[in-house]
Design a binder for this molecule. Structure first.
Ligand code: CMC
Length: 446
């Protein structure tokens, strides 16, 4: 919704306000066109009437990377990237991260309102009731190579759920959709914990439905390992993880959420759609950035090596990972909260020395003309990996943690999309620049 005014609601319905017209003059023909404006946007299809010749296809808008194209209307998340504002269903991210649990925020994203106490208790019971993964998941995980990247395994495991729950194909039925949402959110932490344990050659313990969402995840993950936290550390780490999940839970039409909408636009079931979203998240320019930040910090190694690294970045030879954002041209509000969570975590873990390197990188970057001019600030991934590492997570698990939080957002957008009267299969156009009709020369004559 960046730069797009929030629709005016009258009695819960969007008001059909006349916001005026955009007048376009085609300099090729001198013809004038008047395009209706709604929500500070024009419908791209209106451009089609603009033609130099009646036989022409009509004008298209060209937007690689969708930098200025709204693909849908949504009532879930609001971002003002210039002012560093992020709100879920109208609630500021700072307040949600401070006062709510992750499951409370997942309820908010999915339903549009914060739960009452009894609703939250019922919701937590429901999620806990689905925390045992399908029995086939363990066998599936055993089929992967010992060094398989956890994100590749997670994507495959979520896609496999589609074959275990064929009822998920009934995407037109609201109660069936809800069942898949609860199933997936309930199972995902346990599957993620098993993915990790599989990569360490460990057994798959049962989850404990009496524990909170994040504590259950930590316990299942580290049960019987040297990382298993004591009671106080478990409480602090679970709360920190809960807040990190909240910060990652949604971010409107980002690459993975758009993948979710794109794939589900063909009426594919939610499991394969979430798998495709998770695959999009895996990339280092999106959710994989938290892993890449740690790789970068390890490579830089010491504060004295920062200037040489920065020279490479400014020469365009590499990127400062965890910096920059398509939407935020100001400090990412999530990065500020992540930074404060680091201090809480370090009280019960060893202080991760990488934080000093990261803080010095940030200080230098924020004073440097290259970053100032391009409005590049730390994003949510700049400090999150440092926290995850201090907690005991291996680097290849960082994006899995991102996926655990973001699943709530993917499913909320899916639900919204399934109810959208404007839902159509996603099918962008292209501008063809290839050869004109060409005759095939028989193989022997080429
Ligand atoms: N380091 C150095 N230069 C950068 C960086 C960076 N991290 N990010 C952008 N730039 C430069 C870029 O080279 C370009 O410069 P010029 O105008 O001279 O060509 C300018 O800034 C604009 O960059 P862009 O690639 O056009 O911006 P974008 O909106 O297409 O890309 C981005 C956004 C997040 C992919 C990019 O900033 C980036 O690659 N950042 C590093 C990866 C990262 O941290 N990703 C996590 C994003 S937050 C989590 C999430 O939501 O997924």
């Amino acid at each position: 919704m960046l730069g797009i005014r929030t629709p005016v609601l009258v009695g819960g319905e969007e008001a059909d306000l006349d916001e005026g017209k955009l007048t376009i003059t085609d300099s090729r023909t001198g013809e004038k066109y008047s395009l209706p404006i709604k929500n500070s946007s024009v419908r791209a299809i209106e451009l089609r009437q603009i033609r130099e010749d009646p036989d022409e296809f009509g004008m298209l808008s060209y937007d690689p990377g969708y930098t200025n194209t709204a693909s849908c209307t949504s009532r879930i998340t609001f971002i003002d990237g210039d002012r560093g504002i992020l709100r879920y269903r109208g609630f500021p991210i700072e307040d949600l991260a401070q006062s709510c649990t992750f499951t409370e925020v997942a309820f908010l994203l999915l339903n549009g309102n914060l739960p009452l106490q009894n609703e939250l208790e019922a919701w937590n019971r429901e999620l806990a009731g689905h925390s045992h993964p399908h029995e086939k998941v363990r066998q599936l995980l055993d089929g992967f190579l010992p060094d398989a990247h956890p994100m590749g395994v997670l994507v495959s495991a979520v896609a496999a759920l589609s074959t275990y729950y064929p009822d998920a194909k009934q995407i037109g039925c609201a109660s069936t959709r809800r069942l898949q949402q609860v199933r997936l959110l309930g199972q995902l932490p346990t599957i993620a914990a098993y993915v990790y344990r599989k990569s360490r050659g460990r057994s798959y313990p049962d989850p404990d439905p009496e524990l909170s969402y994040s504590e259950n995840f930590i316990r299942t993950l580290w049960s019987g390992t040297r990382h298993e936290p004591g009671p106080r550390a478990a409480t602090v780490l679970a709360r920190a993880l809960d807040r990190l999940f909240i910060l990652h839970a949604d971010h409107e039409q980002n690459c993975s959420t758009s993948a979710m909408r794109q794939v589900s636009s063909s009426n594919a079931d939610p499991y394969v759609s979430v798998a495709s979203a998770a695959a999009a998240l895996y990339g280092p320019l999106h959710g994989g950035a938290n892993e890449a930040v740690l790789g970068m910090l390890d490579e830089i190694g010491s504060i004295s090596a920062i200037p040489a690294f920065m020279r490479q970045v400014k020469a365009g030879e590499r990127r400062l990972m965890g910096f920059g954002h398509r939407v935020y041209k100001n400090y990412d509000p999530r990065a500020r909260i992540v930074r404060s969570i680091a201090d809480e975590v370090f009280e019960v873990t060893e202080r991760n020395p990488r934080i000093d390197l990261a803080m010095e990188l940030e200080r230098i970057a924020l004073e440097d003309e290259y970053f100032i001019k391009r409005r590049l600030y730390p994003n949510v991934d700049f400090y999150s990996g440092i926290i995850y590492q201090a907690m005991g997570f291996s680097r290849d698990m960082f994006t899995v943690l991102f996926a655990l939080g973001r699943a709530a957002g993917w499913l909320s957008h899916w639900e919204e999309f399934m109810r959208d009267s404007e839902k159509r299969i996603a099918r962008p156009r292209q501008i063809y620049l290839g050869p004109d009709r060409t005759d095939v020369v028989p193989m022997g004559d080429r």
